[in-house]
Design a protein around this ligand. Structure first.
Ligand SMILES: *[C@@H]1O[C@H](CO)[C@@H](O)[C@H](O)[C@H]1NC(C)=O
Length: 437
């Protein structure tokens, strides 16, 4: 088998450029931090963009009043502008990012005039994607403060706030539509199970559960995001979303493994090594979900954010690779069986099915992990939702393929195959063997 060689590498590459676009009102406690640059959230502004910044309990490790406080402060900066700033710093043209003309100053600490807190609102009419950044260009001075930042756009009439970044503001609707699609699929599946109730296996109910969980998960995500859109905070819906994400993740990976082993179609039990795959994948999914929650809730300014991001990616890659093994084993077993039990045609049909499934699982993993991240990086911030839609379509295609190919069917292909076909199949298997050796 040559197909299982191109598996893991692209996932690792993807980890290098995953942008973060968070949007909620964010509270951050900075304690004795000596980082010269602390990035906060990134947000896509329309031409009615606003940043509201409330900072309190500001304390510098060196309270000397002679310090140049114009070297400490907050600014907004686009990614392109940031490249220019870095060049300027490198050339020695400026000695602090705050002094560059490429950044949009929000607040300099010299305006504090001895106070330990400030509130400010900055309007931004140039539509673009900005990151809120804190710069501290004083050497050996650490900063402590509590930061509350809220970025939002005003809606068409200029009345209500939209806390979702410009490219994500239609996502609640997108998730809701996909949820409807999955509920419809679940309905169709129930109908199919009812019509073909004589040939239904356990695995078909499992598939139904996965589809329903996926639908509920999307519904929670839609509600979570529309709540954030209106209020800037998550309020409970995120907990439901995380619970269903977790259940869906575990069930989906389990399902891929179970189908891959041929459990309940080909055999009623699992081999030890197949059980081991499940025992690896399920706990790893728990870790992946914990990491995902930490990543979402802390934002990119946390010290450990990158660590959790890497944990998540590593675990995800391991899970994705692990689920491929049972399929490969099944393919191998079917090939062996085809040689020995004299039912080449039936085995060839199953073999083809499992090979297709293997390819489709790889495509699904590749598309949802790599292509979607690549799309996120190359599309403009305004069209960020397109990568979500692409990922959801890929997922939908995977669900539909799996459902269609493994639907309950009367298992009597034995009667439909005549001797010619049997011979042709045996010949094909023999040729494949020669080709391989
Ligand atoms: C933050 O600052 C803005 C602008 O001064 C003010 O309107 C708002 O009430 C402040 N919010 C909090 C929570 O202090």
């Amino acid at each position: 088998m040559a197909i299982h060689r191109y598996c893991c590498v692209p996932f690792l590459l993807a980890s290098l450029f995953i942008p973060f676009v968070c949007a909620e009102i964010r509270f951050t406690e900075i304690r004795h931090d000596n980082r010269p640059i602390i990035p906060f959230d990134e947000f896509g502004f329309t031409h009615t963009g606003h940043l509201e910044l409330n900072v309190s309990k500001i304390r510098l490790s060196n309270p000397n009043p002679d310090l140049d406080m114009s070297k400490v402060g907050f600014f907004l900066c686009t990614r392109d502008a940031w490249m220019q700033v870095l060049l300027q710093l490198e050339d020695g043209y400026i000695d602090c990012a705050l002094n560059s003309d490429f950044v949009k100053l929000v607040f300099e600490f010299k305006s504090l005039k001895g106070k330990s807190s400030f509130n400010t609102v900055k309007k931004e009419n140039n539509a673009d994607q900005y990151t809120l950044v804190f710069a501290n260009c004083l050497n050996k001075v650490t900063v402590s403060m509590n930061v509350r930042s809220a970025m939002y756009n005003l809606d068409g009439k200029g009345k209500s706030r939209d806390y979702l970044s410009a490219g994500r503001t239609i996502l609640p609707r997108v998730y809701f539509l996909f949820a409807l699609v999955y509920f419809t699929l679940a309905g169709i599946w129930i109908y199919v199970l009812y019509i073909k109730r004589d040939t239904v296996f356990m695995i078909h109910f499992f598939m139904l559960a996965v589809v329903i969980l996926k639908a509920i998960n999307l519904l929670c995500e839609a509600e979570d995001m529309s709540y954030i859109k209106r209020t800037g905070s998550a309020h409970g819906w995120d907990v439901l979303f995380y619970i269903f994400s977790f259940l869906k993740g575990v069930m989906l990976f389990t399902l891929i493994v179970l189908i891959g082993t041929g459990w309940s179609f080909l055999k009623p039990y699992l081999q030890d090594k197949e059980k081991k795959v499940l025992m690896i994948v399920i706990p790893l999914q728990v870790i992946a979900n914990v990491a995902q929650i930490v990543i979402d809730e802390t934002g990119p300014f946390g010290h450990d954010w990158m660590v959790w991001k890497q944990v998540f990616l590593l675990v995800d890659v391991v899970c994705c690779c692990a689920v491929l093994f049972p399929i490969v084993w099944s393919i191998k077993n079917l090939r062996e069986a085809a040689k020995t039990d004299g039912k080449a045609a039936v085995n060839l049909m199953k073999l083809t099915l499992f090979r297709q499934y293997y390819i489709v699982v790889i495509c699904y993993i590749y598309f949802t992990r790599v292509v979607v991240y690549a799309l996120v990086t190359i599309t403009s911030y305004k069209y960020l939702w397109t990568s979500v839609v692409a990922g959801e379509f890929a997922t939908l295609a995977f669900y539909v393929f799996t459902g269609y190919k493994f639907k309950p069917e009367p298992h009597n292909p034995y009667f439909m195959i005549d001797d010619d076909e049997e011979e042709a199949a045996a010949e094909q298997l023999r040729l494949e063997d020669e080709f391989e050796l």
